[in-house]
Design a protein around this ligand. Structure first.
Ligand code: V47
Ligand code: SF4
Length: 384
């Protein structure tokens, strides 16, 4: 299949110069990205992003959409931090907070592995009871029983917290955790890098510089990592573009990012008030996907996180540059604590059916995008 772009949408319109850059494989810049956010014709922006998605996928893979059979596992919701958008580790409810023992974490992992998962996505609150010894123990215990399960775990925020707790360097924390079984890192904790937004949302922890430094060290040590951006917390278009540009710059240096994941804030149980933010519309969310696909030219993948976008919008996002629907998940806690009404999990078969119904080819992957299985096209033959 050849890569097609509906040229009538972009060639002679206000995006013509950006179109020329993209066709020529040139990098777009800050002003281009801001214009793409402000462009009235969202379908033109989507067409450009879809074109880039297909070109990046390579011949024969233009319609591939990836997913993974995984589980989320959250060992503790006690957190010393008080991010205002977080209902998962709600300071009002800390008396009821839980901290699992190593055996409890293993028992949860066993349930996931029994259902066939290949990746554990594990993140938790910043809890002094869960120090580096605890996580080394957790990782070793899981790996002893399930050596083939991939541990995608520890945000940069958790790495920074652990380094401060132990009085050791980020590199030393990462080296110890890698020796215990850490395989890659998820993209959480990036939020919006802009300092004013971070201050207001009480994300005083882990400034952009440190978040990026930790991912750079992880890449140097051979880990792949992801990167997120949380929208709906009072950010501007410029803040989002600058956030992505910092990621692009880091990726130029260290090259280990695999996937960018635009997130959308849910507000139930948080202290965020309506006058402080503009809740992103569906169109805003599709634009985040499309602009990120166009600006982050050095990121291999863009994820449509169905838990937060909702399943239907996530499926639409494939036509706006996304090529990954994330995973089966099993039990999502962070977004559901803040009022998400999406399911807590999706079965593999359901994910495949949804991707196929949207007109794409479902591809089961592992964490680092090795292809496990390309699903057979579902026959649309009808007996009637
Ligand atoms: O860092 C917290 C966000 C993130 C809320 O790497 C909230 O593959 C919405 O990083 N509403 C954790 N979001 C999730 C995350 C993630 C998810 C899926 C895949 C990957 C990956 C990473 O969730 C946190 C924070 O930015 N968050 N509270 C909330 N109320
Ligand atoms: Fe703690 Fe993470 Fe919630 Fe912030 S988002 S309060 S660091 S669990």
């Amino acid at each position: 299949m050849s890569v097609a772009l509906d040229q009538s949408l972009v060639k002679s319109g206000p995006l013509a110069d950006i179109y020329e850059k993209i066709i020529a494989g040139k990098r777009i810049d800050r002003d281009d990205a801001i214009r793409l956010y402000r462009e009235k014709d969202i379908n033109a922006v989507g067409a450009l992003a879809e074109f880039v998605r297909q070109r990046k996928a390579g011949p024969g893979k233009e319609k591939y959409v990836y997913y993974i059979h995984n589980m989320h596992l959250n060992p503790t919701n006690f957190c010393v931090e008080t991010c205002r958008f977080c209902s998962y580790a709600n300071p009002e409810e800390q008396a009821k907070a839980y901290t699992w023992t190593v055996d409890q974490v293993l028992a949860e992992a066993r349930k996931g592995v029994a259902s066939g998962i290949r990746e554990i996505h594990m993140v938790g609150g910043l809890n002094p009871a869960c120090d580096i010894n605890y996580y080394e123990d957790v990782f070793r215990t899981i790996k002893k029983e399930f050596p083939d399960v991939h541990l995608k775990t520890m945000t940069a925020v958790e790495i920074e917290y652990m380094a401060n707790l132990e009085g050791i360097s980020y590199e030393e924390v990462l080296e110890r955790l890698i020796a215990a079984g850490l395989n890659s890192m998820p993209g959480g904790g990036a939020e919006i890098f802009d300092e004013t937004v971070r201050e207001k949302m009480a994300v005083k922890k882990t400034p952009a510089r440190v978040w990026l430094e930790i991912h750079g060290i992880a890449h140097k040590l051979g880990l792949n990592t992801n990167a997120t951006m949380l929208t709906g917390i009072g950010e501007s278009i410029e803040n989002k573009v600058d956030h992505m540009l910092l990621l692009r710059e880091q990726q130029d240096k260290s090259k280990g990012f695999l996937t960018f994941i635009p997130l959308k804030c849910y507000y139930e149980g948080t202290t965020i008030t309506a006058d402080e933010i503009k809740e992103p519309s569906e169109e805003d969310l599709l634009r985040d996907i499309a602009v990120s696909r166009l600006l982050l030219d050095n990121f291999p993948h863009i994820k449509a996180y169905w838990i937060q976008l909702g399943v239907q919008l996530a499926l639409k996002a494939f036509a706006f540059g996304a090529d990954d629907l994330d995973g089966t998940i099993q039990m999502e806690k962070i977004t559901h604590a803040a009022g998400a009404k999406t399911p807590l999990q999706l079965a593999k078969e359901k994910m495949e059916a949804l991707i196929a119904e949207a007109g794409y080819v479902p591809v089961e992957r592992d964490t680092v995008y090795n292809i496990i299985r390309v699903a057979e096209p579902v026959s649309s033959a009808c007996a009637s």
